[in-house]
Design a protein around this ligand. Structure first.
Ligand code: GBH
Length: 497
């Protein structure tokens, strides 16, 4: 790679946020340390080790609970500005209010800020306390109230120092995966029913947390005397031929002062995940099928929050099939008018995670019988054999991310978008990172396309992941981290059999 002499016009702006992500359960370990309660992943990995393909668990994982100082140093050495989705494991904080858990996150946040790293915090990355699961978990709407209490505690304890919040990470993997297909903890199989009940509670919980933040904290925490220096990274990427790039980095230390109104830089949202859905042909059926895929993946949470109420196509499809399955009312639980208003507008930006692109084909209506989320969606997903792949077989389709960003802009009235996860995996056995360099170069270029060609308001980009970590049901067998070379030498994720 040659280094360009000047930053060209396709540079990311000075205040564009670059960062890397992790999630509490995937890195922390310390599963029962200092009064932390058991969460649904602790429970399931202990009870049934075969639930994880490799038989592993995250009892120790990257041991960040003990090694957080080293991790902050590593992050600093890498020059990353934000360590995002360093979620709070809520079992660490609230079985009863757990002072050592609070102290752990306070110390971590303080160390990040001292090193000019901006924490972007997610409240819930899949780690429900097991005792709440025993009351039914997310399909039980009462859980929204407990979540609201937990959110209030987090805002009160950490809100002076945290400017970027999101409530949930990827509810699409909490609800259909956890309460529908049963592939993720708590492994409830109730497709077409549990997923929608879960989604409704999650949306209400999100909205409650947003309103609590707005009403009780946002303004008050603006008064903070906190001054912080931020490390801004300019990153310019120039495509000189289809396979050749020039790029240049530039680092700047800039300090904020109180004259910047903090309200402008205190942002709260939710993180939603979807692949881009490209119609397999331009037949109307396939074009509509691709839209259905996006609405059932992303719109099911995005529409209530950004536009109001469930997406119409989701209401229509679930209603139609429910009726034919002899339900007296739709399996999609309705919102009251008050709830629609209460949920609508509860965001300051769109948190977007995206990993892939699928070709989508319409399929014919399946016979009525057992309720099923997939039958409600009624599409088939394919990949194109001509797509480039990483050495580990993941399709590299950067234009899919450009199209997805444009779709979010057009569908949700041009919001600020923070890309909260994007990245690619390998099996962790090689230190040669050619594939990952290729992946990130292509995807960053795709983000620039969205910014410069489609005028999408992208405010930041976050790589998954900062550290190799516990990849849920795949255990430690796939890894996504950026600093693999450095990481593998310095810091070992412990596998436990
Ligand atoms: C995110 O989930 C999660 O937020 C995070 O916890 C997780 O570790 C991360 O993705 C990586 O999986 O490598 O081609 O096989 C999004 C769902 C499912 C997206 C697995 C990436 C693997 C694509 N992820 N998928 S590939």
């Amino acid at each position: 790679v040659r280094v360009a002499n000047t930053l060209n016009t396709r540079a990311f702006s000075d205040d564009f946020m670059f960062g890397v992500a992790t999630a509490a359960y995937q890195v922390e370990g310390g599963w029962n340390a200092d009064g932390k309660g058991e969460n649904i992943w602790d429970y399931i990995t202990h009870k049934d080790p075969t639930f994880i393909r490799t038989g592993e668990n995250a009892d120790v994982a990257c041991d960040t609970y003990n090694k957080w100082k080293e991790d902050v140093e590593l992050l600093k050495d890498l020059g990353h500005k934000s360590w995002i989705t360093s979620t709070f494991d809520d079992s660490r904080l609230i079985n009863k209010i757990n002072e050592p858990g609070i102290a752990y996150y306070k110390n971590l946040i303080k160390a990040l800020k001292e090193n000019n790293i901006e924490p972007v915090v997610t409240l819930y990355h899949w780690d429900l306390p097991q005792h709440l699961q025993e009351l039914g978990g997310w399909p039980n709407s009462k859980i929204a109230d407990y979540f609201a209490d937990y959110a209030r505690l987090a805002f009160r304890e950490f809100g002076e120092d945290v400017k970027y919040w999101s409530t949930f990470n990827e509810p699409i993997h909490v609800c259909p995966s956890g309460y529908g297909y049963g592939q993720m903890a708590p492994a409830v199989s109730a497709s077409g029913v549990g997923d929608y009940l879960c989604a409704r509670t999650v949306l209400l919980a999100h909205a409650k947390a947003y309103h609590i933040y707005d009403e009780e904290f946002r303004e008050k925490q603006n008064g903070s005397e906190f001054r912080v220096s931020l490390l801004y990274i300019k990153f310019a990427l120039i495509k000189v031929s289809p396979s050749e790039y020039e790029y240049e980095y530039e680092y700047d230390l800039i300090s904020y002062d109180n004259s910047i109104k903090s309200s402008q830089i205190r942002l709260m949202s939710i993180v939603l995940d979807t692949s881009w859905a490209e119609p397999v042909s331009n037949r109307t059926e396939d074009v509509e099928a691709a839209d259905r895929r996006l609405q059932f993946n992303f719109g099911i949470f995005g529409n209530p929050i950004y536009n109001g109420n469930w997406p119409q196509v989701v209401i229509d499809r679930v209603g139609f099939r429910s009726e034919n399955e002899n339900f007296t009312e739709s399996r999609l639980p309705a919102f009251t008018d008050e709830e629609i208003e209460y949920v609508k507008g509860t965001y300051d930006f769109v948190g977007l995670n995206s990993y892939g692109t699928e070709l989508i084909r319409d399929v014919s209506e399946e016979e009525f019988g057992e309720p099923s989320f997939d039958k409600d969606v009624r599409v088939q997903g394919l990949t194109d054999p001509s797509w480039n792949t990483t050495s580990y077989g993941m399709a590299v389709v950067p234009w899919g991310l450009t199209k997805l960003l444009k779709w979010v802009k057009d569908t949700y009235n041009n919001p600020k978008i923070l890309i909260t996860e994007n990245g690619c995996s390998d099996d962790g056995t090689t230190l040669e990172d050619e594939s990952r360099i290729y992946f990130y170069t292509e995807y960053l270029s795709a983000v620039l396309d969205a910014i410069y060609e489609d005028e999408v308001d992208v405010i930041g980009y976050t790589g998954w992941s900062f550290m190799d970590n516990f990849e849920w049901t795949s255990g430690y067998s796939w890894v996504f981290s950026l600093p693999e070379i450095i990481f593998n030498l310095l810091h070992t994720c412990k596998n436990q059999k």
